[in-house]
Ligand binder design. Structure first.
Ligand code: PLP
Length: 442
């Protein structure tokens, strides 16, 4: 038994499935999850001392790479001053201001208040509660294949984690709660119009990933998000733009910032952030106009709270990360992602294996089918079993890809020439293995 196998066996004895978040279990790719002992820059090192170029990036937070010295120093400095106070701190105010400033500077002012929470799940759950409180309506529209965390009402057809386990939705969600969520196909404005027509005056909010990245990458059609903003406004509902994954990753003001700076002016009512905003620590946020956000307690009647909300260590990591995330960082990530995504496309093309690489800024994923992939049905209709062989071969070569075809690949500013070259060198063999794979094969 290898050390990873022994660790996994021990883990399964005390933790359900041996993991604290399902996709980590390698269920769809097979094999033994690597137990990570340390990480630095673009690499993770497992308990056997083997180092891998990491394209998981903690599922998004590691924008600068792992353990950036300035981020670690900021956390250490904060830790020395105390771990948690349950009282306001100036760091929280600073971080909220940095978030608002980045939106205003790189897109346009769209939010006036920020509430810090600990996870993306809390951010979207609170945003939804707020839209219900603000509108006095109950129904919520979400898109199939979009993941907004694991709160009850948002779990239906929620993409990667569930898709990897081949589950349409979670059990344990009462039918009465599921009935408050209308699930529609992504990129289908007619379906949204029809939902508003079928439920007049009852829909509180539409929630959408700014760009879908949890069923593989699903790029919004040009103008789709702006049209959602116009439609919700016309119907007296609110638009929640979930930038937990894309926020501060695909650009300094997230996916919304990219759309606005490309000349299409629109704004959501609420934005949610997570991952990069905490720099690898548990921190997330929701933001919006004061008239909506001030309905949160203690000013308003919509309750939300958290013992560790705005935790000083997490705030220090988030502030350090956002301060370091300048134009050079985004250029480096974009360039590295382009090189790897282009190479994936080229290697498969060279052997005549049909795939489609979907890209949203520096985020990309591949699907084993012809394009386009516009919605969850498209994403699921592929030879996903081929990914197992691609994954195993790259892992053997020292490259750690996301352990599911339904996840985006994450690069970081620490992915330099050496790391990118290692990925490129691993690809030809891995691509041949994927092409030669058979359904259900090892
Ligand atoms: N929203 C989106 C778009 C996400 O990708 C995720 C997590 O992957 C979440 C919300 C939930 O965030 P967390 O895992 O921090 O609860």
């Amino acid at each position: 038994m290898t050390t990873n196998e022994a660790e996994f066996a021990a883990a399964r004895g005390v933790i359900p499935g041996g993991v604290n978040s399902p996709v980590r279990a390698y269920a769809s790719v097979g094999g033994t999850p690597r137990f990570i002992a340390s990480a630095s820059g673009a690499r993770v090192t497992d308990v056997e001392g083997r180092s891998y170029v990491d394209l998981v990036g903690s599922w998004g937070p590691a924008l600068l790479g792992h353990a950036h010295p300035e981020v670690v120093a900021a956390v250490q400095g904060a830790a020395a001053r105390g771990l948690s106070f349950g009282a306001p701190t100036s760091g929280e105010v600073e971080l909220a201001a940095v978030v608002l400033d980045r939106l205003a500077e790189h897109a346009r002012p769209a939010a006036e208040r920020v509430r810090l929470v600990s996870t993306g799940t809390e951010a979207t759950m609170t945003a939804i509660r707020l839209t219900r409180g603000a509108t006095g309506r109950d129904l919520v529209v979400k898109f199939s294949g979009h993941y907004h965390g694991h709160s009850d009402g948002l779990l239906a057809e929620a993409g990667s984690g569930l898709a990897t386990q081949a589950l349409p939705a979670s059990s344990g969600v009462p039918a009465a709660i599921a009935a408050q969520t209308i699930v529609l196909p992504y990129n289908d404005l007619d379906a949204v119009r029809a939902a508003f027509a079928a439920h007049p005056g009852q829909i509180a909010a539409v929630i959408t990933e700014a760009a879908g990245a949890n069923a593989g990458v699903l790029v919004p059609d040009p103008g789709f998000n702006a049209a959602l903003a116009a439609l919700t406004r016309a119907e007296g509902a609110l638009l929640v733009l979930d930038e937990v994954l894309t926020g501060f990753r695909v650009g300094p003001a997230g996916w919304w910032g990219l759309e606005v700076s490309s000349g299409v002016d629109w704004a959501p009512d609420l934005l949610t952030f997570g991952k990069v905003i905490g720099g690898g620590m548990p921190l997330a946020a929701l933001a919006g106009r004061a008239e909506i956000m001030d309905q949160l307690a203690p000013l308003g009647p919509v309750y939300q709270a958290g013992t560790l909300s705005g935790n000083p260590l997490a705030v220090a990591a988030g502030l350090a990360t956002l301060r370091l995330a300048d134009a050079d960082v985004y250029r480096t990530i974009n360039d590295a992602a382009r090189v790897v995504a282009d190479a994936v496309e080229a290697e498969f093309a060279a052997i005549g294996q049909p795939i489609v690489v979907s890209r949203a800024g520096s985020l990309f994923s591949l699907a084993f089918r012809e394009g386009p992939v516009r919605d969850y049905d498209d994403a699921r209709d592929q030879e996903s079993w081929r990914y197992r062989a691609l994954f195993a071969s790259t892992l053997e070569a020292g490259v750690s890809l996301p352990p599911s075809v339904f996840e985006a690949w994450f690069l970081s500013a620490a992915h330099g020439e050496d790391e990118v070259n290692l990925v490129l060198e691993a690809l030809p063999r891995a691509v041949r293995a994927a092409a030669a794979a058979r359904p259900g094969g090892e």
